[in-house]
Write a protein of this length. Structure first.
Length: 352
């Protein structure tokens, strides 16, 4: 069980949505000089015939921009936990070239991790139901708490609830916007932690204890269908949260899993209410790279509608990164992360 703290955490990661509205410090323009470095690095790997997933940091030199990315890594771990890189000229590149560039940037931040049991390293966030003629669906029919349909919903045009991904950092590169909707919603889980502690310390205590979650829909094979983990944890004064209500609800259908108490449900209700109350909404533009520290930020998305024209659908490219400057995690979190030690290679979906 994670260490319980009965103190407010505060600090730079405990921001409110209104704080981001008043500041642009978290937005980092990609300079023309950085674009020239990216172009040169792209030409170098193309000349060598390297596939994007084979590119290492040494293969993709960024002498000036690399220093900027080191500062980004520091902000993600020790600052507010989010950075928006703005201004990559995506229209200049093919989608395959964008994968080379995005992967190259990722190697200067951390180590990419698998996003599903099929070995996906760069995820395509788009409405995959377009292939079946459902171009402009505002949502997808989903069985409540079903992680399998939730996984497909994440690749549809429907809304997504607040959650964390299974990596230190998640990055989203916006290639194309939707015709309407698809607004990104982010919220500080540190701010939520402090607000629940202030309003309902009894519910805060429950969120520092184990909730059962299912692995089904994420992983293939293996004997364990579930795991138990607190929503909030602290080690050495550093906070972490792992949250997806969908997987908690789905675990309730597994035989032998203890049923959620009314108080545990109430705690999750308050968390969801505060996430909406304290969040910041942003519209990702083409060329934006949104980077979020999953330990201190939850993210969500509104429903969207695509342009029906070919090649005009909403497309984001996703990276999951294990960070070399990551925090230590409380004992017990290795059941999901693989390691709890600081700077360890961890996270992602184990390959069968």
């Amino acid at each position: 069980m994670a260490t319980v703290t009965a103190r407010p955490l505060s600090g730079p990661a405990a921001w409110l949505g209104a704080d981001l509205t008043r500041s642009t410090d978290w937005i980092r323009p990609i300079s023309p000089a950085a674009v020239r470095e990216l172009d040169a690095a792209l030409r170098g790997v193309q000349a060598r015939g390297l596939a994007w997933r084979d590119i290492t940091r040494a293969d993709f030199p960024l002498p000036g921009f690399g220093a900027d990315l080191a500062a980004v890594s520091h902000e993600l771990e020790h600052g507010p936990g989010l950075v928006l890189l703005r201004g990559l000229p995506v229209e200049r590149y093919t989608e395959e070239e964008l994968r080379h560039i995005y992967w190259g940037i990722g190697t200067h931040l951390g180590t990419p991790r698998f996003q599903n049991a099929h070995g996906e390293l760069i995820g395509e966030v788009r409405d995959e139901l377009r292939a079946y003629g459902a171009v402009n669906q505002p949502s997808v029919v989903q069985t409540a708490g079903d992680p399998v349909t939730s996984r497909y919903k994440a690749r549809s045009s429907g809304p997504l609830r607040f959650h964390t991904d299974r990596a230190d950092v998640v990055g989203l590169l916006c290639v194309r916007q939707a015709r309407a909707g698809g607004v990104s919603k982010i919220v500080s889980s540190v701010a939520i932690h402090d607000a629940i502690l202030a309003r309902r310390p009894d519910l805060h205590a429950l969120l520092c204890r184990d909730y059962y979650r299912t692995r089904e829909g994420e992983e293939i094979g293996g004997n364990r269908r579930w795991y138990a983990l607190p929503v909030f944890g602290v080690r050495d004064g550093r906070f972490t949260s792992q949250y997806s209500r969908t997987f908690v609800e789905a675990a309730q259908r597994i035989e032998g899993i203890p049923k959620l108490t009314a108080a545990q449900d109430e705690a999750l209700d308050l968390l969801a209410e505060l996430a909406e109350e304290l969040c910041f909404e942003m519209e990702l533009r083409p060329g934006d790279i949104q980077l979020l520290n999953n330990h201190v930020i939850y993210h969500a998305r509104t429903a969207f509608e695509d342009d029906p024209a070919a090649g005009r659908d909403r497309l984001l490219l996703r990276l999951w990164l294990s960070m070399p400057n990551s925090r230590a995690l409380p004992p017990g979190f290795e059941v999901l992360r693989g390691s709890v030690e600081p700077g360890a290679l961890r996270g992602g979906i184990a390959q069968s």
